[in-house]
Design a protein around this ligand. Structure first.
Ligand code: ZN
Length: 354
């Protein structure tokens, strides 16, 4: 059985009809805060557009005033089943290799395994959408519709198209042929190239309400209390995907709470092993919370009680600026280990005064 990870999350049920109503252009761009389940929502939009289970509008079985394309997918018809398993001939889903496990389609994973075997080694999963995939999108768009409803191309995350990929897509995106609909999804809109953005109808999806996500996390993750779920959700900046990733890395609410104290005390042996972007974003969250505390605002990411007390705003601000500068080069550091060491040194210096 294929377990699709692309089902709507409970709080997205109310969002889908709004998205269906709002996104009328054949080139649509769904954006929002990082890790809010954009892929799930985009997938359900594609499924709704391809669903064949609704009666003809105005026909004798039609008891709803809404147009068929404004209704969520029925989940029962042959088209819906084909979409769920990834075999609908009029749907093309384009994700970078590192997103393939989230999609949960065996044939995509098999393609990755095959490529590994071809090279005789397990490759690192690429976070980029490469031009070959976009060339396939262009030729898919030009082919005729198989089942007669529409053709849908889903690209996620849209900001992971490199310049060549994006340029290859522009013309098709500007004038999608015939019944082709594009749904691009991404985090913050600013991350997407302006050339792509300007050719799409953008729609901002609302962020998940913490009061709905935390109980849901607690219910679905064994041994997780509601309080710990809230703490991890805050740690992830309110992103359900981020909270799940933290847990997948083995992080707990207790570990998160101990981080500021450990950093101040220099108990950071393991920190140097973290991927640099994770180290940087964690330090940035701490600097951000300490700056908020210095002006009397409540912390966003860490429990208030876990924050080192008494830091002055000037040094916390200066530290935050240094971190922002480092962030620009986080994905391509000259020497990651050295960089991590200097970041930790910087952090301890900033906290020492606290
Ligand atoms: Zn259906």
């Amino acid at each position: 059985m294929v377990v699709s990870t692309l089902a709507l999350w409970p709080w997205q049920q109310a969002v889908l009809p709004d998205a269906l109503r709002a996104l009328t252009s054949p080139a649509a761009l769904l954006h929002g805060a990082t890790g809010q389940g954009q892929l799930n929502l985009a997938f359900q939009l594609a499924k709704a557009w391809l669903c064949e289970g609704h009666p003809e509008p105005g026909g004798m079985f039609d008891d709803s005033p809404a147009e068929p394309e404004l209704r969520p997918a029925c989940g029962q018809c042959p088209a819906c089943h084909l979409v769920d398993t990834g075999y609908h001939p009029d749907l093309m889903v384009v994700v970078p290799d590192n997103v393939v496990p989230r999609v949960g389609w065996p044939h995509l994973e098999e393609a990755l395994d095959k490529a590994d075997k071809g090279e005789g080694r397990k490759r690192k999963l690429s976070p980029e959408i490469k031009v070959d995939a976009i060339r396939e999108v262009v030729s898919f768009s030009q082919s005729t519709v198989s089942r007669g409803r529409a053709k849908v191309v889903l690209i996620h995350p849209a900001d992971r198209m490199n310049t060549v990929s994006a340029n290859t897509l522009l013309k098709t995106l500007e004038e999608p042929p015939g019944q082709v609909r594009f749904i691009l999804s991404c985090g913050p809109l600013d991350d997407v190239m302006p050339t792509v953005r300007s050719r799409c109808q953008a729609w901002q999806m609302p962020s998940a309400p913490a009061q709905a996500v935390a109980p849901w996390l607690a219910e679905h993750v064994e041994g997780l209390s509601a309080a710990d779920a809230s703490a991890l959700l805050a740690a992830a900046g309110g992103s359900p995907e981020g909270a799940l990733e933290l847990m997948a890395m083995g992080w707990s609410a207790a570990l998160w709470k101990s981080l500021p104290g450990d950093l101040k005390a220099g108990r950071v042996g393991a920190w140097g092993q973290w991927p640099l972007p994770l180290l940087l974003s964690t330090l940035q969250k701490l600097a951000h919370d300490m700056a908020r505390e210095a002006v009397g605002a409540p912390a966003l990411y860490f429990p208030q009680a876990a924050l080192p007390q008494g830091a002055g705003l000037p040094q916390v601000t200066a530290w935050g600026q240094e971190l922002r500068k480092a962030m620009r080069h986080a994905e391509h550091p000259f020497n990651a280990a050295l960089k991590a060491e200097s970041l930790l040194f910087q952090a301890r210096r900033a906290l020492a005064k606290a």
